[in-house]
Ligand binder design. Structure first.
Ligand SMILES: Nc1ncnc2c1ncn2[C@@H]1O[C@H](COP(=O)(O)OP(=O)(O)OP(=O)(O)O)[C@@H](O)[C@H]1O
Ligand SMILES: Cc1ncc(CO)c(N)n1
Length: 284
């Protein structure tokens, strides 16, 4: 006998649009984003900025989509679907970042930017210009940024090693962009040998910032391909469902940790394997 499916109302009312690169191996990029949205129970669309050729062993190369075609994808989706949240990932070029900022100008909802600059194997995923005008234009309309430690270091041009240094840099980055309400700093690369991982939420509070953190055991696994994309997408999805930064942050941390744990035994790929979003059951 077929089971009746009852959809909670918020699932049909709003959607997330990810604007990011494609990873054909399915571990990162729009593939990870869409799997995350589905696992959490939120509808997602995907506009593609770049095609990448990569697998679990690393990134070989990438092909940027023409900026006008990125614009067209965004405009058509926004004209049709009830998108309340945008999540951005790999941009590829500063021209694409600029086209995205223009297409999103006046967008009234959340713009959660994961500033993907370099893949974990060191392959550059963003072709910088001297001014990075497009990147700054995008950050000017962002409401939340989700950098990891190396990304924060590159954005603030500081050499960052400790959590203390990273928090000072994140607070200064927060002050730079007017619409930015929060920075979720992921801690996978802070003290990489430590037994625990700590992620931070830096929330704008008047002229300063309020800091929250979440510490959990480091999962002993090599299946960490796409953790950054998954974290930012989970933040966007939980923000859609719960409407505030703190719930979005703590639930996104718990989601990534849970999926990493459930994926630890998975043997997929010859290198850093993907997370098993498809095994996620229940809630965090
Ligand atoms: N081994 C681990 N065990 C538990 N949590 C982890 C582990 N590695 C990363 N995380 C979690 O994954 C999320 C993303 O962290 P991280 O800083 O590694 O992102 P990233 O460097 O952008 O990822 P990527 O490898 O996709 O570039 C954070 O919530 C972090 O705590
Ligand atoms: C498409 C894409 N986005 C992001 C990352 C970073 O994990 C990656 N490797 N590939």
């Amino acid at each position: 006998m077929a089971t009746e499916v009852i959809l909670p109302q918020q699932h049909t009312a709003r959607a997330i649009l990810t604007i990011a690169g494609s990873d054909p191996s399915g571990g990162a990029g729009i593939q990870a984003d869409l799997k995350t949205f589905t696992a959490i129970g939120v509808y997602g669309g995907a506009a593609i900025t770049c095609l990448t050729a990569q697998n679990s062993l690393g990134v070989d190369s990438y092909l940027p989509v023409a900026p006008e075609f990125v614009t067209k994808q965004i405009e058509l989706v926004l004209a049709d679907l009830p998108v309340s949240h945008i999540k951005t990932g790999m941009l590829g070029t500063d021209e694409i970042a600029g086209a995205m900022a223009e297409a999103l100008h006046g967008f009234p909802g959340e713009v959660i930017c994961d500033p993907v600059l370099t893949a974990s194997d060191g392959h550059d995923l963003f072709h910088e210009t001297t001014e990075n005008t497009g990147l700054h234009a995008l950050f000017n309309i962002a409401t939340v940024l989700t950098p990891n430690l190396p990304e924060l270091a590159r954005l603030t041009q500081h050499n960052l090693e400790t959590a203390r240094e990273a928090l000072a840099a994140a607070t200064s980055l927060l002050a730079r962009y007017p619409k930015l309400r929060a920075i979720a700093l992921t801690g996978g690369h802070i003290q990489e040998q430590a037994a625990e991982v700590e992620d931070f939420l830096i929330l704008r509070q008047g002229q300063g910032a309020e800091i929250f953190s979440s510490k959990h055991a480091r999962v002993n696994t090599r299946n960490t391909h796409g953790t950054g994309c998954t974290f930012a997408s989970a933040f966007a999805a939980y923000h859609l469902l719960h409407g505030n930064d703190q719930d979005a942050f703590f639930k996104a941390v718990a989601f990534v940790e849970t999926v990493l744990r459930q994926s630890a035994g998975l043997v997929l790929g010859k290198g850093k394997g993907p997370m098993a979003h498809h095994l996620f059951r229940g809630t965090v």
